[in-house]
Design a protein around this ligand. Structure first.
Ligand code: FES
Ligand code: MG
Length: 596
């Protein structure tokens, strides 16, 4: 192979499989791997050993298709002269895991770091799909720094009801309002919700799953054009084969995550995320991956680089189409091509195929400029996030493009300032409190109320709940008020398009100011200044803080499992990526030989 930088003697796996200085440990290792029919020749003739991190299982249906796809990955690895070793990832399924799938992102990360460090692997294929599987895999690849390539399982086919597209997740938010308004019953609700999931694959909307797989591609960690191929398409299996071939070449080229995950690559990811109308979970995960790659990326970077970027992907929840149309229109390369043409991306960064980002998208313009818009004809002018501060928190994100005209009129506080809003708050402590009390008339919720959710961050929930997008009381929905602004220290589903201020850090459970808020308080949101202010004087705010501290601080539910306790002890706030406090300092651990 012409670009080879290393020889078979330098393969990491040789230390396990062909080490005459340690015949005992070598023999013990080899004999057991032969017990299912691998030959001695395969393990000792200097072929790269390639791990395949299998994220699909019956518990992770969004990724389950990888059980089939990895057969093509293995074919590709074999064809290129490698030996595949498949192993499981800790399951992470967004919808079924309680209290929240986010609790498991760091657990899967830790498990994968240990596997990649402690076993005889020269490179790894990371199979991804459902929301947190992608960041967990990329975080581990960044920490360990062995050659690594991402293979998305791809989104499901489009959901349909008659001639209407039904997008995963997004339809649930709509149907919940219909159910609350009494337009449909529970049976109809379930029947229509399942229309959105017609095949194998992950969410077909631009929710967190599609966003994070697109981020992997924008970062240069998966083959160009691969992120959004629908799961059942033949191209999906073809790209699985090429991914297998390519990882073997990457091992010989010694092409590692540290060559790809540079500051410029992360800046590209931020810009691309905005143009995709990507999930509000992306800043958390992308900041986390960056921290594990040894870079500090923060929410100011997201605002500075991303806020003014126009929305180009006409995909739900921000747009009208789903994964199939997006793929046919050119997918992520077409979006990158537009952004590159407008001068917003670093085109010379390296990617997993050994070519630059600019090389990869040459000639791959949009094939349908309604689905993937031209830069000069976007759906929305400013699609990215604002990073807000104020007297209640240091950082919280808001996607301003979802603020409707009606909403602006309802909350405008000053006719001369279109960016300043005011409202009275109703405060909830976690999602159970919200469900118990949202319809309570004593809260006095009307069309000018801001709903506040606290106790929903990585410590409070634990793991950080996707519960900030709260729907209004039924009485208000019946009057046609379908959404109220929401503010919280938790997250929001990437498939929801509500106007919310999210991910407030620090969270109430870690001493954040939201703990001091009381129902009836007034908030002023000034998007021009980038601030959210509780309208009380500083002395009263301080008095509230002292009362809270005298009462032992903000209360949250007890730990229920050992991992909940460990994670709560070590987890950092959402704006710092919700990483584990000691983890980012571990870099390049593949270089450190584990003791025998
Ligand atoms: Fe798994 Fe959306 S729930 S991808
Ligand atoms: Mg989600």
């Amino acid at each position: 192979m012409s670009n080879a930088k290393i020889t078979s003697d330098q393969l990491r796996s040789r230390d396990w499989f062909d080490n005459p200085e340690h015949p005992g440990t070598t023999a013990l290792c080899i004999e057991r791997y032969l017990n299912y029919g691998i030959t001695l020749e395969e393990l000792t003739s200097g072929r790269p050993i390639i791990g395949i991190c299998q994220s699909g299982s019956d518990l992770t249906p969004c990724n389950r298709h990888h059980i089939e796809l990895v057969k093509r990955v293995k074919d590709g690895i074999r064809a290129a002269g490698g030996v595949p070793f498949e192993f499981p990832m800790h399951p992470i399924h967004e919808n079924a895991r309680r209290p929240t799938a986010a609790l498991d992102r760091n657990l899967a990360y830790l498990g994968l770091v240990e596997v990649l460090h402690g076993y005889p692997l020269d490179g790894v294929v990371l199979t991804t799909g459902c929301d947190k599987t992608t960041p967990a895999a990329l975080m581990a690849a960044a920490t360990v720094n062995i050659p690594a390539i991402v293979l998305s399982g791809g989104p499901m086919l489009n959901g349909w009801r008659g001639s209407e597209r039904v997008g995963s997740g997004t339809i649930i938010w709509e149907l919940r309002k219909r159910l609350a308004a009494g337009d449909i019953d529970y049976a109809e609700f379930l029947a229509r919700a399942t229309d959105s999931a017609p095949s194998v694959g992950h969410c077909n909307t631009m929710g967190t799953a599609s966003t994070m797989n697109a981020m992997a591609e924008a970062l240069g960690m998966s083959l160009p054009g691969s992120a959004m191929i629908p799961a059942p398409y033949k191209e999906r299996a073809m790209v699985a084969y090429r991914t297998g071939e390519r990882i073997v070449e990457m091992v010989w080229e010694d092409l590692r995550p540290s060559d790809i995950l540079t500051r410029e690559a992360f800046e590209n990811a931020i810009v691309t995320c905005s143009a995709l109308g990507g999930s509000s979970n992306a800043p958390i995960h992308v900041n986390a991956i960056a921290r594990h790659a040894g870079l500090e990326l923060d929410n100011d970077d997201w605002q500075r680089l991303g806020h003014a970027i126009p929305l180009l992907a006409n995909v739900m929840p921000a747009g009208a189409y789903l994964g199939e149309e997006f793929h046919r229109a050119g997918g992520v390369p077409a979006v990158i091509s537009e952004l590159l043409g407008a001068g917003h991306l670093h085109g010379d960064v390296m990617t997993v195929n050994g070519h630059s980002l600019a090389d990869n998208v040459r000639g791959r313009e949009t094939r349908d400029d309604d689905v993937i818009r031209r830069y000069g004809n976007p759906l929305v002018a400013h699609a990215g996030f604002l990073n807000l501060g104020g007297n209640l928190f240091d950082s919280a994100l808001m996607k301003t493009s979802v603020i409707s005209k009606d909403f602006r009129e309802r909350f405008l506080s000053d006719p001369d300032d279109p960016d300043a809003f005011e409202g009275r708050v109703a405060v909830f402590d976690g999602s159970e409190d919200y469900h118990a009390r949202i319809d309570d008339p004593a809260l006095g919720i009307d069309e000018r109320t801001i709903l506040v959710m606290r106790g929903a961050g990585p410590v409070g929930h634990p793991g950080g709940a996707e519960v900030v997008n709260m729907q209004p009381p039924e009485a208000l929905i019946r009057r046609g008020i379908e959404s109220l602004p929401c503010l919280g220290d938790g997250r929001q589903s990437g498939t929801s398009g509500s106007p919310s201020i999210l991910n407030a850090s620090p969270e109430a459970a870690s001493g954040g100011g939201l703990a001091l808020l009381e129902t009836g308080d007034r908030l002023r949101v000034d998007l021009g200044k980038g601030e959210v202010q509780l309208l009380i004087d500083d002395a009263e705010l301080e008095a509230r803080r002292q009362r809270l501290e005298a009462n032992g601080g903000y209360r949250y539910p007890d730990h229920q499992t050992p991992w909940q306790e460990i994670q709560r002890t070590l987890v950092e706030p959402l704006d710092r990526g919700m990483t584990l406090e000691p983890a980012p300092k571990y870099r390049d651990v593949a270089r450190l030989s584990p003791p025998r």
